[in-house]
Ligand binder design. Structure first.
Ligand SMILES: [Zn+2]
Length: 135
């Protein structure tokens, strides 16, 4: 009888022939579940679902796509995050967009850095200072 931890169906069995001619069973780890988007839960594209050892053997370009929030958010959620930030930058950075209506979305703000809004306000202050210097 094999050890209880190998009696699970989630372990893959591999039959190997030993040099002595016996056939033995090797147990492999089960494949982990796919990576999911942190906001909507959709399975992520371009990220492999493999054991950490196998992922470490892969090239860096095989592990994760080269875009912001890759491996964390899906492409749709990344786009809505970018648009969300841009909307704030437009409202507080340009006077012609000051009447833009914005609904706060905490599911997006969760993934932004802690001081993202103060960065926008600093940009506004800098622009106001530049405008004052020009005049
Ligand atoms: Zn998503």
């Amino acid at each position: 009888m094999v050890a209880p931890k190998y009696r699970s169906g989630s372990k893959k069995r591999v039959f190997r022939r030993t040099p002595g001619g016996r056939t033995v069973v090797h147990y492999k780890h089960g494949k982990p579940s796919k990576n999911h988007c942190g906001r909507c839960g959709k399975p992520l594209q371009g990220t492999p679902s493999a054991n950490p050892l196998e992922i470490r053997k892969m090239r860096h370009s095989e592990r994760v796509p080269t875009r912001p929030y890759a491996g964390v958010l899906c492409s749709d959620c990344t786009e809505s995050l970018m648009r969300y930030v841009t909307r704030f930058e437009a409202k507080f950075g340009y006077p012609e967009f000051s009447d833009l209506e914005i609904e706060r979305d905490l599911t997006i703000e969760k993934f932004l850095p802690r001081d993202w809004f103060s960065g926008i306000n600093k940009g506004v202050a800098k622009k106001a200072k530049n405008a004052a210097e020009i005049q």
